[in-house]
Each structure stands twice: as structure tokens, then as C-alpha cells.
Design a protein around this ligand. Structure first.
Ligand code: PAF
Length: 294
């Protein structure tokens, strides 16, 4: 595996690979790699000739009161893991390389951001879309791989690629989970021992919500999820939502896919999780089976 720090070297390398007819699979990350990232690299390895992984903690996607400074970083560990997972190139630019100056132009996301994380993380998805615009130009991938734990990010990235006609296929990959169901995340290291023990209830609530949705409407299902999480965790529920996917609007019977998504804030970690399901609202139960929220 080779490590490249400069944009120019990265572009030169890719040009050479493309000239030789090799396809490029790309896994953009902010480092502190876990099994979820490694599974994206394995998938990329199967679907492209060369795999490029980027590690860049992008300041543009963190709000002033968010965890940019304390975001976990461990380059030596990441380097070893990426190499073992079969990455061919690790692109590891510093902030000066990516943003030598305050950007003249940034990308502004107009839809799919009024709900879920976009609602409270003002400017977050503008920062994600801006850095990915740069990274897609630098790496010129044929395919780019993203974890569906960040399903709103995948919805925004698909919009970015469609609207700006990037010649890249976006592949959303299933969320990797710990054995108790907790979605893998670089931020799980922030959980205290007690919080880690109860964190599996996040996924439990998503599974329960799927069965509640067969008799309850989306609002009632959201209320039941909040109640369940408040009873089973010490975290503060930021949102529990049932929405259309990928538009992230209040669901209607014609929607093909729904997302059930949640965010819970623990003492030092804000965790998110979701499931994406076929729309089951039209198959809801009869009057007799109606949902009871209390
Ligand atoms: O999902 C992430 O790690 C980041 O949002 C990404 C896609 C690497 C952009 O900085």
C-alpha cells in the first residue's frame, strides 16, 4: 500500500492507473477505522481493480460546538488496518493541502437535509458535499462506497452525484453491527461502560418499530420508540423518525422505501442508527388491531 499526502501525487497516480485501464474503487473516511470501514474496503476490492482509501477529518462538516478537535485519530493503527484490508493507496492529506485558504466556493445542499441530523447539524451536509466534490475530482473513482449507518449522508451524496453529473456510482453498504446489534461507529469509543451496556437498545428500538409500524401510524411509532429508549437508556433522545427514503419527507402510501432513524445523545457521544425498509404503511392492520401508544 502506498501513502500519498499531496493532491498532485494522487491525481498523477490515478491518471496512470486509468491509462492502464484499471478501475478505481474509493472509500472516503475520517479515519479511526473500524470493521464497518474495512467491509467497505473489502467490497471495493471485489468491485474495482484498485482501492483508494482517504483519511481526512474534514473541518467543514463540524459545527463550532462539535467534536472536530477531539474526533478520534490514530494514523498508525489506520494504516495497518487499511493495508490488511487490501487498500492499494491511502490518501492522507492535511488540512492545508485540502483547504490552503478559505474556500471561494462551497457546495450548498438544498434538499434531504431538513430532517434527522441535518436539522440540528446546520451546514454539516454542505461540508460533506464540499469535501466529496473535491475528493471525487482528486480520486476520479468509478465507484465510491459508503456505509448506510449514515443513510442521510448516502441520500445527499446520491443527490450531489446526480445533480452535478459525477461519473461515479455510489454504493450504499449495509451497516456493520457489534454482536449485540450496536451499529459500529468511530464514536462508540466515547461511551462509558454503563452506556455501552445499554446502547444495544438503539437497534432493539428500530426492530420493535418495524413491527409497531404494521399497526401504528408513523407518529405513534415514533412516540413508542422515544418511550422505549427513555425507559431503557440514560441517553437523551434527539429524534426518532419514520420518513420516506431517500427524500426524507413525511411518509405517504406511495413511497417505495421508508427509513426509521434515531439519534441518542449520551454523555460524550451522539449515536445514530437506522433501518431502511419497504413501505409497509399500506399493509397496516385493521381497526380492531389499532395501535395503543400508552
Ligand atoms: O462519513 C464520513 O466519514 C465523512 O462524512 C466523509 C464521507 C468521509 C466525508 O468527510
Amino acid at each position: 500500500m502506498i501513502i500519498l499526502n499531496s493532491i498532485q501525487d494522487m491525481q498523477k497516480y490515478i491518471l496512470q492507473e486509468k491509462t492502464e485501464g484499471n478501475s478505481v474503487g474509493f472509500v472516503p473516511t475520517m479515519g479511526y477505522l473500524h470493521e464497518g470501514h474495512l467491509s467497505l474496503m473489502e467490497r471495493a476490492k471485489n468491485e474495482a481493480d484498485i482501492v483508494v482509501v482517504s483519511i481526512f477529518v474534514n473541518p467543514l462538516q463540524f459545527g463550532p460546538n462539535e467534536d472536530f478537535d477531539r474526533y478520534p485519530r490514530d494514523f498508525e493503527r489506520d494504516k495497518k488496518l487499511a493495508e490488511e484490508a487490501g487498500a492499494d493507496v491511502l490518501f492522507y492529506p492535511d488540512t492545508k493541502e485540502m483547504y490552503p485558504d478559505k474556500p471561494v466556493v462551497t457546495v450548498s445542499v438544498n434538499r434531504r437535509t431538513d430532517a434527522l441530523c441535518g436539522k440540528s447539524r446546520t451546514g454539516h451536509f454542505d461540508g460533506v458535499a464540499t469535501v466529496l466534490t473535491k475528493l471525487f475530482h482528486i480520486v476520479s473513482p468509478d465507484k465510491a462506497f459508503f456505509g448506510l449507518k449514515d443513510a442521510q449522508q448516502v441520500a445527499v451524496v446520491r443527490g450531489l452525484v446526480d445533480d452535478f453529473n459525477f461519473p461515479v456510482e455510489i454504493i450504499g453498504c449495509e451497516t456493520k453491527r457489534e454482536s449485540d446489534g450496536l451499529a459500529m461507529s468511530s464514536r462508540n469509543v466515547y461511551l462509558s461502560e454503563e452506556e455501552r451496556k445499554e446502547a444495544h437498545h438503539l437497534y432493539q428500538s428500530l426492530q420493535k418499530a418495524q413491527s409497531w409500524l404494521s399497526n401504528c401510524d408513523s407518529g405513534e411509532t415514533e412516540e413508542k420508540m422515544i418511550k422505549y429508549l427513555e425507559e431503557h437508556t440514560a441517553g437523551t433522545v434527539e429524534y426518532c423518525k419514520v420518513l420516506s427514503y431517500p427524500e426524507l419527507l413525511p411518509p405517504v402510501k406511495d413511497d417505495k422505501k421508508l427509513i426509521i432513524a434515531l439519534s441518542v445523545r449520551f454523555s460524550k457521544a451522539r449515536l445514530i442508527d437506522n433501518v431502511i425498509i419497504d413501505n409497509i404503511l399500506e399493509k397496516q392492520g385493521s381497526e380492531e388491531e389499532k395501535c395503543s401508544v400508552i
